[in-house]
Design a protein around this ligand. Structure first.
Ligand code: ADP
Length: 587
């Protein structure tokens, strides 16, 4: 039950010690001020109904006011500052979650089970919509309320211990029932997480500009809105069920409260009439008993909160414990170049799929060699390069870099060796420069980045941009941002790979969106672009294979033909057929 709290406290202490210290002081003060309001009035009333000494009365009243003034001022100070610090802690937790996600294996991002676990983990951190810190606040509350509680019990015990015990029994009964109710509510809530994830996907579909074209042209707005509606209704049914159950616990609490008040008034009035206690005592016990049930209820509430969120904590733990396979292995330093890559009897099957997409691939890429990979759609070409980039690891066999299994090489260091342009490259809503160099450049690099972009065929476009390479891509964050055409986008993606200047280059249809002139220019520069680099080049433009050293023709996940352009043409197989098919349009 307290493991989740332990986790939060450990990290919060690491992130922001002051937050914890302020919270403890805050709790002590919030317990102390009401206690003085319970006890001091008794002495004032006793004095008023007795000797009526002005100095004594002034003394008590002064003390009460001073505690209130100073106490409340400090409470405001600590709670305001705690709020700011809590924001800081929250940011750190969010960063930690983002870091965890970005380090998780690529394959997990398409694994629905992983995504559901993530959604549940977030329920813990955000206290299921109650906001981050609700769990921690509950933990601190326990501490503070315990303090108030002990004070009140001490006061009431001087009256009658049986009254105290009766009160405790009633409140416990209430808490026991509520805890059962909440346990069920948590179970339902976790079941709801996948539904909420689906709903937010659909809402994103409607809101996201990128889907705008399909939604309008195919007239699917109503269809999608209906789906959103359907999922929202499903969540509503969960809420309704939860509320009905919670209400039962609330009704019980209203009833026990009624009994508590009845006993309090009855017993205290009886005691005054019988002269067991005076009017001052009556006031003190009255407010002590009223505060008692409030304090005990809020203590229980906090305990129950923690218990309830403990259920979500397991999901967070599962999420944090998901193995990051890419970061396992021996994490060796990358061997020194030049680089020879070798696939040794590699087979691969996508997670959760039934068939191998690559079957027993064995091929060597010598250092500096350019390999063209061709084949029909679905033959496995992209999967082949994805394995090379370690987006996935082989199901069988191994890939080596200068004889070392790439799984044994430190993942981040291996990544520094690879430059790539994928057909589904992504540009970010940052500046052109940032899209080319990311964080790896400073002002001195501007000239180089500009040259690379010019070289990639963007000279004329750059001239029309408002801030040259500092212009924003997309209008998400800048009004004068620009929307690159498919070809322009691809040129920027290409510039990115050139800028990285990595020894291994992966080009997956890097010219698919380019116009004939731009493509021609890229092909003209191809040898310069890939000079000295071990290169894999996927293209449906068969003529481009001519300037590669070898060609591998993939068919149904296997390498069906392998050789130079001339060898494969002479062989008269699939390669020749595909080549001739495309060539006939140019004759
Ligand atoms: P190519 O690049 O030759 O067109 P791919 O390597 O992209 O072919 O795809 C090979 C096969 O693997 C296809 O049948 C495709 O449906 C399947 N595939 C690709 N990506 C995934 C994935 N993420 N999950 C499951 N199957 C996939």
């Amino acid at each position: 039950m307290f493991k989740g709290i332990g986790f939060l406290m450990r990290y919060t202490w690491k992130f922001e010690k002051r937050y914890i210290i302020y919270q403890i002081l805050l709790q002590i003060l919030t317990a102390l001020v009401p206690l003085s309001d319970i006890i001091i009035p008794k002495y004032i009333i006793d004095e008023l109904t007795g000797a009526r000494r002005i100095d004594v009365l002034l003394g008590w009243a002064g003390l009460l006011l001073a505690i209130n003034l100073l106490g409340n001022w400090l409470i405001s100070f600590f709670s305001g500052n705690s709020f700011v610090l809590q924001g800081k802690v929250f940011t750190k937790f969010q960063t930690m979650m983002a870091d965890q996600l970005s380090r998780s294996d690529f394959a997990r991002l398409e694994d629905p089970k992983f995504l559901d676990t993530k959604a549940k983990a977030e329920k813990f951190l955000y206290a299921n919509g109650q906001g981050f810190g609700a769990v921690m606040t509950s933990a601190f509350n326990i501490f503070g309320k315990l303090f108030t509680f002990i004070g009140i019990v001490a006061v009431i015990s001087t009256l009658n211990i049986w009254v105290v015990l009766g009160f405790v029994a009633l409140v416990l009964l209430n808490a026991f029932y509520e805890s059962k109710v909440r346990k069920q509510a948590t179970v339902w809530d976790l079941e709801k997480a996948p539904i909420e994830r689906k709903t937010s996907y659909y809402i994103d579909l409607v809101e996201n500009f990128a889907f705008g074209k399909e939604i309008r042209i195919y007239g699917i707005k109503d269809w999608i809105v209906a789906k959103v509606h359907e999922h929202l209704q499903e969540s509503d049914r969960f809420y309704a069920r939860q509320t009905r159950l919670m209400n039962k616990a609330r009704y019980l609490s209203v009833f026990t409260n009624f009994v508590l008040k009845g006993i309090t008034y009855g017993y205290l009035i009886f005691s005054v009439i019988k002269d067991f206690i005076g009017i001052g005592d009556f006031t003190m016990y009255m407010s002590a008993l009223m505060n008692f049930s409030d304090a005990m209820r809020s203590l229980m509430e906090s305990l129950l909160n923690i218990r309830q969120f403990g259920g979500y904590y397991n999901a967070l733990k599962d999420y944090m414990d998901v193995p990051q396979r890419m970061y396992e292995g021996k994490r060796l330093a990358a061997p020194a170049g030049p680089y020879e890559l070798r696939f040794e009897d590699v087979s691969f099957r996508y997670p959760g799929q039934e068939n191998d997409v690559l079957k027993h691939i064995s091929i060597t890429l010598h250092s500096g060699e350019k390999l063209s990979v061709v084949g029909e759609n679905g033959a496995g070409k992209t999967t082949f390069v994805k394995l090379l980039c370690r987006l996935y690891d082989p199901t069988e066999g191994r890939i080596t870099l200068n004889g070392v299994d790439i799984r044994e090489i430190d993942y981040d260091r291996y990544m520094t060796l690879i430059g790539s342009v994928f057909q589904d490259y992504k540009l970010l809503a940052f500046t052109v420069k940032e899209n080319v160099s990311f964080q790896h450049s400073d002002e001195e690099d501007d000239g180089r980045i500009h040259d690379i972009l010019v070289h990639s065929g963007l000279a004329r476009r750059l001239e029309t941009l408002p801030h040259d390479i500092h212009s924003h891509i997309y209008r998400t964050f800048a009004e004068d941002g620009f929307e690159p055409s498919g070809g322009e986008g691809q040129k920027i993606a290409l510039a990115r790979a050139v800028y990285k200047n990595a020894p291994i280059m992966i080009l997956d249809e890097p010219t698919a969106a380019l116009d004939p002139r731009a493509e021609y220019e890229i092909y003209q520069n191809f040898s310069e672009l890939t000079e000295g680099k071990t290169t894999v080049f996927i293209s449906h433009r068969m003529s481009s294979s001519k300037f590669c050293d070898h060609i591998a023709l993939f068919k149904n996940g296997e390498i069906a033909e392998y050789g130079t352009h001339d060898e494969l043409m002479a062989q008269g197989g699939d390669y020749k057929e595909l080549f001739d098919m495309q060539a006939q349009f140019y004759l």
